[in-house]
Design a protein around this ligand. Structure first.
Ligand code: COA
Ligand code: MG
Length: 290
């Protein structure tokens, strides 16, 4: 998944518009973009949307962001939406593997009640929204086979840290947030799941979005969250491997295939060894997984 567009759970209009956006996934939000008094309405609208769109052949992946485990709202969120069989639940304010284990158990019980296969619904987690979460980033590996991706968040972390801002005058993340971003990409790699970059909230600034997405791809993220349909094209472009990159990866695979038992090959005067082979395989896996 390259682009994952947030759509507020209580806005059928934005849910419908999200379908037209070209995003690889929609994240129907029950958390921060829905006011406290509208949670019930949002749950009902989200279930209706999932039921309406779920069976369509050509549709984006459908995720639901529930409220965090310490809000007392997660159970009611899941009770409402699991029957719509979302592809995954996005868990905000996760604090490492234990949070994922907790959500896994909640999902398993509801899948059984709804007649869904155990494990049908995946989990993605926002891994850096609290200070404590930063110290638990290394604990996701092995928590649940449902875990498919980790992403990170800067807004809630700012509040928890008491930071005045999370970006400098040039729009780049300041130190504590760069640390969170790095921990996310390392946590995801350690857990062998995808790393997805956080939202870029200044949704009219396409140039800034492109820069941030390119930096994310450079560092190992394979997709980015979006908050506005106008961000989807740029994100998809940045995270789609180019024809040249695909050809290069195929050449690396071919060179290793042609030299079985060899640990290192040369192509066009450049050395390629095991890490390059792994990288080439991962790039080609991404191409077939959009
Ligand atoms: N998904 C689908 N459609 C969206 C959208 C989104 N995330 N954001 C905007 N649109 C639609 C609008 O409905 C509008 O279409 P319309 O006039 O036909 O209704 C069109 O795109 C243009 O919107 P625009 O006027 O540029 O923005 P806005 O002021 O209406 O909305 C936000 C701005 C930030 C409120 C809106 O983008 C939004 O709700 N984003 C998601 C917020 C969210 O889920 N946050 C949680 C994660 S951080
Ligand atoms: Mg939040």
């Amino acid at each position: 998944m390259r682009s994952l567009l947030f759509v507020p759970g209580d806005s059928p209009r934005k849910q419908a518009k999200g379908l037209e956006s070209g995003a690889d996934a929609l994240i129907v939000d029950l958390e921060d973009s829905v006011a406290a008094g509208r949670k019930e309405e949002a749950r009902a609208a989200t279930l209706a949307f999932l039921k309406d769109i779920g069976a369509k052949a050509h549709r984006p992946r459908l995720l639901v962001r529930v409220n965090g485990l310490d809000t007392g709202l997660t159970d009611a969120d899941l009770d409402a939406v699991v029957a719509g069989r979302p592809d995954a639940i996005l868990l905000p304010k996760a604090e490492g593997g234990p949070s994922v284990v907790h959500l896994d158990a909640k999902l398993a019980a509801r899948e059984a009640l709804c007649g869904l296969a155990d494990g049908a619904i995946q989990i993605m987690a926002i891994a850096t929204e609290t200070a404590a979460a930063l110290f638990a980033a290394g604990t996701y590996a092995g928590a649940s086979t449902r875990l498919a991706a980790l992403t990170w968040g800067a807004e809630d972390l700012s509040a928890d840290l008491g930071a005045e801002t999370n970006r400098d005058e040039e729009g780049r993340f300041t130190g504590p947030f760069r640390l969170a971003r790095s921990l996310c990409v390392a946590a995801a790699a350690a857990a062998k799941v995808a790393a997805l970059d956080t939202v870029f909230v200044d949704f009219r600034d396409t140039q800034g979005l492109r820069r941030e997405a390119e930096e994310a791809r450079r560092d190992g993220f394979t997709g980015k969250l979006a908050i506005h349909p106008g961000q989807v094209t740029v994100i998809n472009e940045v995270f789609t491997p180019s024809a040249a990159e695909i050809a290069k990866a195929q050449a690396v695979l071919a060179a290793f295939a042609a030299a079985p038992g060899v640990g290192v090959v040369g192509i066009d005067g450049v050395m390629y060894d095991r890490p390059h082979l792994e990288r080439a395989k991962r790039l080609l896996a991404r191409v077939s997984n959009h």
